[in-house]
Design a protein around this ligand. Structure first.
Ligand SMILES: [Zn+2]
Ligand SMILES: [Zn+2]
Length: 306
């Protein structure tokens, strides 16, 4: 049986019972058999939220008989990567390519940089206050780092495509995205707010902890929250969609929040769900919205709804 045969590199195995192999799982702080581990991984991959901790585990993927743990760790995997997720002369904010970029506090084009400067000093070239600038704010991105789902905060972003573009540019190769939420989004009647509750115990709230630009979520007893603890406010998950779904969505939503669809190819606020590593790109062409992924090359088009 293949589930018991797979051996992960760097893991020490023990043979206590005939026919069973045990190992120490650091993640769950438990000693378990490779077959239990494999079935936990299979349940997690099938969407069982109680097994969430196991979902992106590369060791679990090996025990479950997946050949390439890195492939299994990336959201979906079975596609061939034929291109790079980024091209480096593209503005991470407006998505236009072939421009000179300003390499400080982001990689934005001269035009986006000037708009940002005018907004910061409160006046434009005509000496009046800029009115149309969409204020910058911090956005959260779901990333898979070393096989683990985690969250990164990207400051000074203007649209939902920008934190994806910045992460692809700034982080090392092998980056993948995920669209998990760190808990169950719940309305707290007493406190009059939405908050995350722990999946494995919904009486517990999730606190947020920011370390080096990464956002961590920590489960805590609701009545043990101390002054200074920050109860995490739910935010949108990273949007992942196939090129097909993205094209249908963009053809409907002409004034969407992301980089707009123009006659030139531009990165959109969706991560390609086929490969999990690149932004879906879109352009408008002859009454259609066309979408393609620069990494796995999947492509489609959808008729624009008037
Ligand atoms: Zn720009
Ligand atoms: Zn793709």
């Amino acid at each position: 049986m293949s589930a018991a045969e797979g051996r992960a590199e760097g893991v020490e195995y023990m043979q206590w019972v005939p026919g069973k192999t045990h190992f120490r799982c650091d993640k769950l702080s438990a000693t378990m058999s490779t077959t239990d581990c494999a079935s936990r991984h299979a349940q997690a991959t099938a969407g069982d939220e109680r097994m969430l901790a196991c979902r992106f585990c590369p060791i679990g993927a090996v025990h479950a008989g997946k050949d390439d743990p890195l492939q299994a760790a990336s959201a979906s995997a079975k596609v061939r990567i034929v291109g790079r997720p980024d091209n480096e002369d593209r503005c991470t904010r407006c998505g236009r390519g072939g421009l000179r970029l300003i390499h400080s506090g982001g990689e934005i084009c001269v035009s986006c940089w000037n708009r940002q400067r005018e907004w910061r000093i409160g006046k434009n070239a005509k000496g009046t206050a800029p009115k149309t600038f969409t204020p910058l704010r911090t956005r959260r991105v779901g990333l898979i780092v070393d096989g683990e789902p985690c969250y990164r905060l990207v400051p000074d972003t203007q649209n939902d495509a920008e934190p994806l573009a910045k992460s692809i540019r700034e982080l090392p190769e092998g980056l993948a995205f995920h669209d998990e939420q760190p808990g169950i989004t719940t309305w707290n009647e007493q406190a009059q707010r939405f908050e995350y509750r722990d999946r494995s115990d919904p009486t517990r709230v999730m606190l947020e902890l920011i370390v080096d630009g990464m956002l961590h979520y920590v489960s805590a007893e609701a009545d043990s929250v101390q002054p200074g603890d920050v109860i995490a406010a739910p935010t949108m998950p990273t949007m992942m969609a196939s090129v097909h779904v993205a094209a249908i969505w963009l053809a409907l939503d002409e004034d969407g929040d992301g980089a707009q669809v123009s006659t030139e190819w531009r990165p959109q606020p969706f991560v390609c769900s086929d490969c999990g590593i690149a932004q879906v790109r879109a352009r408008r062409f002859a009454g259609w919205v066309e979408c393609r992924c620069p990494a796995c090359a999947s492509s489609t088009k959808s008729a624009v709804v008037a």
